[in-house]
Design a binder for this molecule. Structure first.
Ligand code: GCB
Length: 611
């Protein structure tokens, strides 16, 4: 069987076609810091709605047959004029990688299914080095073949995965073929129903990385919880010479510490910081230090910010100082394409829009955004709420579904744990309260804390309404650090005229973060503030909402829904929506709506208040 633990990259062991799937080593920490070759660019593709390139006519997978051959990954050419092959990558069209397929070919706009994608590249593998083929993200399920042989598969649309390809790379031309399938399933994470576009394909970088035989697999270098005087973390080596001296240095601070890894390649790290010398990372001063981790066999550099994050009663303390999170929610989507963010230009545009609104914080909804995005947030000084797609009606009762959610959460934390910008791990959004859901989510909260106890844990909770009283009460709230919830007064509930009747009751002595509120407005459509879909309506709703929320003791931040209009199959109104969710403060053409400026002036005030 080709099935695997969900989310976990598995690789074929040995060369036999029915080979077992081997568990892959954890993805490399700081992949961009490695010697690497980007395999981005134009990939040839074949649309395969019936999965003809994967299954034979008896619906048996070719890659499970005795020879392992027969699928499109053979990239076969006719041998002679009396030979027929029914596909051909060489004469197929191409797509840009990274990039979703929906935005690149009108035929694929609504497509959900399989696409085969091929890239060729030249390699010069060296003796004594190891090689890893790394994918930033493929939505949703990927089967990967190198030079005609399966190297593994992966499920999960937003987290990275890799396969070790040492010994499988050819000197000269290589051929990598990916079967990407974005079909939705009830028992996946996310499930079938979401309010965002199911963009398919290889949406993030593809990287061939080189390491020494014994390499730095992972590390965490961050301030200890609540301690501005000490770095705490670990280093993990993989390979044959796992016991080594590893030097961690921050030249700018005059720091140099040597640790000795144990037989498993592991060493704890604890470094006392010099007094009065450190510039702590914050939105006002996003200082990053160059940290060098040097073992005997391998060296890596990273740019790391040092900051603490804690809560005390209603307060959120960044470096010991109470802050207000002036935030905005956003999807991993550029409305101007529209499609998934492809690289630094797209990402900078989105984060700069947030900064133009005087934000110091973003909620990266509803799934892990790219590693580059988080690095940019580090550099630009923007705090981050990072989330996994545990969204709405997940199959709570199934252990394999839980395993998938836990894997995605783990992969997110492993990837981003050295980023100062990330202050909150979110374990999900608007999950309907029930015992089985609370158990599932509670286990996710425990997992994320065991992986990283230095950050805060949140979830976008639902509220309940009785009459005009909106109450935040959810057994899950006990397990997280914030009273964080979505609310839609004035849009889904009631309207601008009547929304001021609502009041909020939050039964927790925790910082209150309103993770969503908002209203749809079609950019450029003007009417009075009682007319839904108009810019005036949205603007008035924001003004009303500030009054309602400012009355909540403990309000310490918000991420209104949403920075920019985004595509959603759930939004078919032909005039106002046309398959767009219009709650953006910026329209699909990049024009700022009225409410953008209203939110900005509210944030200007908050900034003064929390100076
Ligand atoms: C929500 C969801 C978000 C939707 C939004 C809406 O509560 O969390 O994903 O897009 O409402 O516009 O309805």
């Amino acid at each position: 069987q080709d099935d695997q633990a969900p989310g976990q990259a598995q690789a074929n062991k040995g060369s036999g076609a029915r080979a077992e799937l081997a568990k892959q080593p954890p993805t490399l920490q700081n992949i961009y810091g490695r010697q690497h070759l980007l395999l981005d660019g134009r990939w040839s593709y074949i649309i395969d709605p019936y999965e003809t390139g994967f299954y034979n006519y008896r619906r048996q997978p070719f890659d499970q047959s005795p020879s392992g051959a027969g699928g499109f990954y053979d990239d076969r050419k006719p041998k002679d004029k009396d030979d027929a092959v029914e596909y051909n990558f060489d004469s197929s069209p191409t797509l840009a990688v990274p990039g979703d397929w929906n935005s690149q070919n009108a035929k694929l706009e609504f497509y959900e299914g399989t696409l085969w994608m091929r890239q060729k590249f030249v390699a010069a593998p060296k003796d004594g080095k190891r090689y890893f083929l790394y994918f930033g993200a493929v939505n949703y399920e990927a089967h990967v073949y190198l030079n005609g042989k399966k190297i593994g598969s992966h499920k999960g649309g937003f987290t990275p995965f890799q396969f070790e390809v040492t010994g499988r790379l050819l000197k000269g031309e290589n051929n990598v073929i990916v079967k990407a399938d974005n079909t939705r399933h009830q028992d996946d994470i996310p499930t079938v129903n979401t309010d965002w576009w199911n963009y398919g394909g290889i949406t993030r970088d593809v990287i061939l990385a080189e390491t020494p035989d014994t390499y730095i697999e992972d590390y965490q270098i961050q301030l200890a919880k609540g301690d501005m005087g000490r770095i705490e973390g670990h280093v993990q080596l993989a390979g044959t010479q796992r016991a080594q001296d590893v030097t961690i240095s921050i030249v700018e601070l005059g720091l140099k510490t040597v640790v000795r890894t144990d037989a498993n390649g592991r060493a704890a790290v604890s470094i006392a910081l010099p007094k009065n010398k450190v510039r702590y990372w914050s939105p006002e001063d996003p200082k990053l230090y160059t940290v060098t981790i040097a073992g005997v066999t391998d060296t890596l550099n990273d740019r790391i910010g040092l900051r603490t994050i804690e809560t005390r009663g209603h307060d959120i303390l960044l470096n010991g100082k109470s802050i207000f999170l002036r935030g905005i929610s956003l999807h991993d989507e550029n409305p101007l394409i529209p499609g998934r963010l492809r690289g630094e230009g797209d990402m900078r545009m989105m984060l700069q829009w947030a900064k133009d609104m005087n934000c110091n914080y973003v909620r990266l909804a509803h799934y892990p955004h790219s590693e580059e995005m988080i690095k940019l947030a580090d550099e630009m000084g923007i705090l981050v709420w990072a989330e996994v797609p545990v969204y709405w009606t997940i199959s709570w009762e199934k252990p394999e579904v839980y395993a998938n959610a836990q894997q995605q959460l783990t992969d997110l934390v492993v990837r981003d744990k050295n980023r100062a910008s990330v202050i909150i791990w979110s374990i999900g959004n608007e999950t309907p309260v029930s015992p089985v859901r609370t158990q599932f989510m509670g286990k996710l909260a425990d997992t994320v804390r065991s992986l990283d106890h230095t950050r805060l844990v949140g979830a976008a909770l639902e509220v309940h309404r009785s009459g005009d009283v909106v109450t935040v009460e959810d057994p899950l709230a006990e397990k997280i650090d914030l009273a964080s919830f979505n609310q839609y007064a004035g849009w889904y509930w009631s309207n601008n005229k009547e929304m001021m009747k609502f009041s909020f009751k939050v039964n927790y002595n925790k910082p209150v973060i309103v993770t969503e509120f908002g209203a749809d407005a079609l950019g450029g459509y003007h009417a009075d503030s009682d007319t839904k879909w108009s810019e005036e309506y949205q603007d008035q709703l924001y003004k009303n909402t500030f009054k309602l929320l400012d009355a909540i003791p403990g309000l310490r931040g918000m991420t209104p829904w949403v920075l920019a209009d985004f595509r959603s199959p759930r939004r078919p109104h032909p005039y106002y929506q046309d398959y767009w969710n219009r709650k953006g403060l910026i329209s699909e053409t990049g024009k700022k709506k009225q409410a953008f400026y209203t939110l900005k002036s509210y944030y200007d005030q908050k900034q003064q208040q929390y100076k």
